[in-house]
Design a protein around this ligand. Structure first.
Ligand code: SF4
Length: 314
């Protein structure tokens, strides 16, 4: 399988072969993990688990903004050595021993089912916690073997999102127990098509989640992670965290606080990096301004589309 680029500053997946990673670090102790937000799912009766690979390397539609801001390496404890090493080990295990990986994954889903029975909860699995693999194509037996488990994922691959809705032809039948949420990129027309086809669209907002976007109701996607319960035709609003707050690629949307959710702050006045990354955006209609800053996790490794703005206006 071709390895794509990663925005994770700590991964060693491009320096070492899968064999070297497994020899140096060993095999992962588990495949399905959790997170603070995943744990919130228990409050609505769902026991959910998530598979985290090295972010980006299996994401064919990832762009600069999402690679840098991916929650798979920026959120919570994801930047700690145990976490990034575990993601590399899982990725190496998958690349080197695919059959054994899938058998291990199925065993962990069986364990999840047992745990959910014990606690009176419904089992659910996110296979693409930090990847965008077409599981329905490559491993359809995983869905068939667990018809009583709900599978759900975000995807940045527009045709996949439409196939999941039956709005585009697919050469494989879509699993009934697999639901996708489309992660909006910079092209609003694609997001609109998904919404009009009855799908759901995830959007990262800063500084606040608006009540509507593209005319659709926006749900607070930070309340829990059980995306397959979201009503079709709605937007899942996620509050920008970490580097997403200073995104300049269009990954993060900034509804104008004065002109309303349908008008976004698009006009970047400046970005400066001096140990911190600072951005300033302005509304081209009412001139409202919005500043953001975070400590620079990339230590001045400038991206091409950011360097053009360095030092302007700040
Ligand atoms: S496509 Fe999703 S999982 Fe992959 S790098 Fe982008 S945000 Fe992360």
């Amino acid at each position: 399988m071709q390895l794509l680029r990663s925005g994770d500053p700590n991964t060693r997946i491009h320096e070492l072969s899968p064999t070297q990673i497994l020899d140096l670090k060993g095999f992962p102790s588990y495949l399905l993990g959790s997170s603070a937000k995943i744990e919130k799912s228990k409050e609505i009766g769902v026991l959910s688990r998530v598979l985290y690979f090295t972010p980006g390397i299996f994401c064919s539609a990832a762009d600069t903004g999402c690679l840098l801001a991916c929650l798979g390496h920026t959120s919570g404890r994801m930047g700690l050595p145990d976490s990034f090493t575990a993601r590399d080990k899982r990725s190496a295990f998958f690349l080197k021993h695919e059959d054994a990986f899938i058998e291990r994954l199925k065993a962990e889903i069986h364990l999840l089912k047992a745990d959910s029975l014990l606690h009176g909860l419904r089992p659910a699995v996110r296979l693409n916690g930090s990847s965008d693999l077409a599981w329905e194509r490559r491993f359809p037996e995983v869905f068939q073997q667990f018809p009583d488990v709900e599978f759900y994922d975000y995807t940045k691959i527009f045709p996949r999102a439409m196939q999941a809705l039956g709005a585009r032809p697919s050469s494989v039948p879509w699993p009934e127990n697999y639901r996708l949420t489309y992660s909006a990129g910079s092209d609003d027309r694609l997001a609109r098509q998904v919404l009009e086809s009855g799908g759901t669209v995830a959007v990262v907002f800063h500084p606040n989640i608006p009540s509507s976007w593209l005319g659709a109701q926006v749900l607070d996607g930070d309340v829990h992670d059980v995306r397959y319960l979201d009503p079709g035709g709605s937007v899942v609003g996620l509050k920008a965290k970490g580097i997403a707050k200073v995104d300049v690629t269009g990954f993060t949307r900034r509804p104008c606080p004065d002109c309303g959710p349908e008008h976004e702050l698009q006009f970047l006045l400046g970005i400066r990096r001096d140990g911190t990354v600072r951005t300033k955006h302005s509304c081209d209609r009412c001139r409202s301004e919005l500043e953001a800053s975070i400590r620079d996790p990339y230590r001045n490794r400038l991206l091409p589309d950011q360097s053009a703005h360095q030092g302007m206006g700040l």
